[in-house]
Design a protein around this ligand. Sequence first.
Ligand code: ZN
Ligand code: ZN
Length: 666
Amino acid sequence: MVPKKYRKVTIKYSKLGLEDFDFKHYNRTLFAGLEPHIPNAYCNCMIQVLYFLEPIRCLVQNHLCQKEFCLACELGFLFHMLDLSRGDPCQASNFLRAFRTIPEASALGLILADSDEQTGKARLGRLIQSWNRFILTQLHQETQEQEGPQAYRGASSSSLGSSGESAIGKLFGCEVENSSLCRCGKETVRSSLTLLFTMHYSEQSSQEKTKEYDFAEILKKSICLEQSTQAWCENCEKYQPTVQTRNIRCLPDVLVINCEVNSAKEAEFWKVQAEYAFNKAKKKEAMEPPKPKEPPPMPTEWCLDGEEACSMEGFTFDTQAEDLRHVWIPLTLKMSISKSQGLEVSSWPEGEELSAAEEADVGETYHQRKEGVTHQQWYLFNDFLIEPIDKAEAAQFDVSWKVPAILYYAKRNYHTKYDLRIKNPIDASVLLTEASAGDLVGLDAEFVTLNQEEAELRSDGTKSTIKPSQMSVARITCVRGQGPNEGVPFIDDYISTQEQVVDYLTQYSGIKPGDLDAKISSKHLTTLKSTYLKLRFLIDTGVRFVGHGLQKDFRVINLLVLKDQVIDTVYLFHLPRKRMISLRFLAWYFLDLNIQGETHDSIEDARTALQLYRKFLELSRGGGTDEVRKVLKGLYEKGRQLDWKVPDSDTGDGQGAAVFPSVMGL
Ligand SMILES: [Zn+2]
Ligand SMILES: [Zn+2]
């Protein structure tokens, strides 16, 4: 039986979309979950693991480059949102969109077809491990390639040499020596950098009873791998049986392990090992009388990398044997490397420090930022569900439903040697014009859909959304909200898209096929990234956005904007528990303007929203909230009479506000 918190979570979409979905029910922390229902969101859990590694959180937010699709840049934008959020979930949509364009990702089979994701055909355990390998390699390359003034300049690493220049290399990189010994006696050694290790389990015949192994023992064998294979020998000038051995020269700050539990055989191995460990612990408990609480022992020194010594604080935990059911991995490993002995690995039964896929040990600095307290706690991250868990649970793998995939072991206090400051690389140069804190900016965006929404008809004839249509922003317009240039657009970008558009929604968006095609478009066509950077600069500067239904705009653009920077005319002209009113109706009612007659134009919409805001200010200044309420009541009364259709409009009923599809917002 899979406990509820580990099961796949889904969002119930109501007629209002997401607005009344109770995310707080799934997450009472101030950390941000990630939404499912975006193609390839299977990697949400690993995005969280990367986020909670402080040097990576900082590295990608300091990174910015010119490449249109760069995962380091996109992770930086996403992590910025995770930092800002106070418990509301975020979406990895732009990151995943960039991810889909990386040729290596599709070559590795990491891009899932929609159908595979839904039918559960995808072998997620294997998939997430390939993803893990891919992302570390990709980030390593992307953050290395970068040059120029905006390049990230972390503390330089001397021990790893040129191959470890990126912070990724410094954090995960491990210089390994691969030696290959032919039976003729010729040995060739080459060294390389590896960012992660995979577990190798001892071959055993099926009849034999599985022997007992310590996790540390298997890990050591997996790192210092010895294999016999056929390889080319220069001496013999032919393929020969050779013994390949791998040795490591140093220990990484974060040891990443792909567990490779990909079949019933490996799962059985874990199960048997956990049973051995559990029985041992039970026996031990039975023999020992309950021990009185001991004072913490003196700090223990442990050796890492032959020369660096890290001190470790001593803790004792009253671990009950029952907590050790299904546990094979230790929460802490002791590792050392020396010239004489080579690598030594042993389990460290009392202590803590590990991050596993979907489960992360969240350190002090994260709590400090979010909650103003410093402590450590284990959490389960399951899309938008976040729950504190006991540390014992983190190491428990009942392989009948919980299969280990990826382990991250971090060196104690490893982050102290990294530069953990974030210097926002997005500066005024992205905007080409000026903006200051407090400026009013009218904003409107138009969308196209990339795939149709999936819905089912209930027996009573109403529709319920299973999966919302995937929208893509096609045009973003910002107009000045004050000063001599009030109403003048300073951003009016059409966004090129490489993905197939299934519906241009021309009637609502004003976007025509061809507008987004670089070869034939007459519009100012840009990349999503360049326009995104302009908006991020405006947000970071502290402007206030005025628009109609901005929540949806920001959601599709994939931006998080704090509430005090958003003035949404949908909510200004709204009475509690009543319907939302369209921009078109408000413009007619308050401004005597007939907009959106033929089609939508985002310059017109942005200007109209600004004018409505001015109108609202005028009303509140005139008579305060009572006056506004009275006016709103009149508005709703009029709307009801007219069935929310703007009278005498040139267009037919089909385009009236009342039939505006819910998917488009307002
Ligand atoms: Zn980049
Ligand atoms: Zn040979």
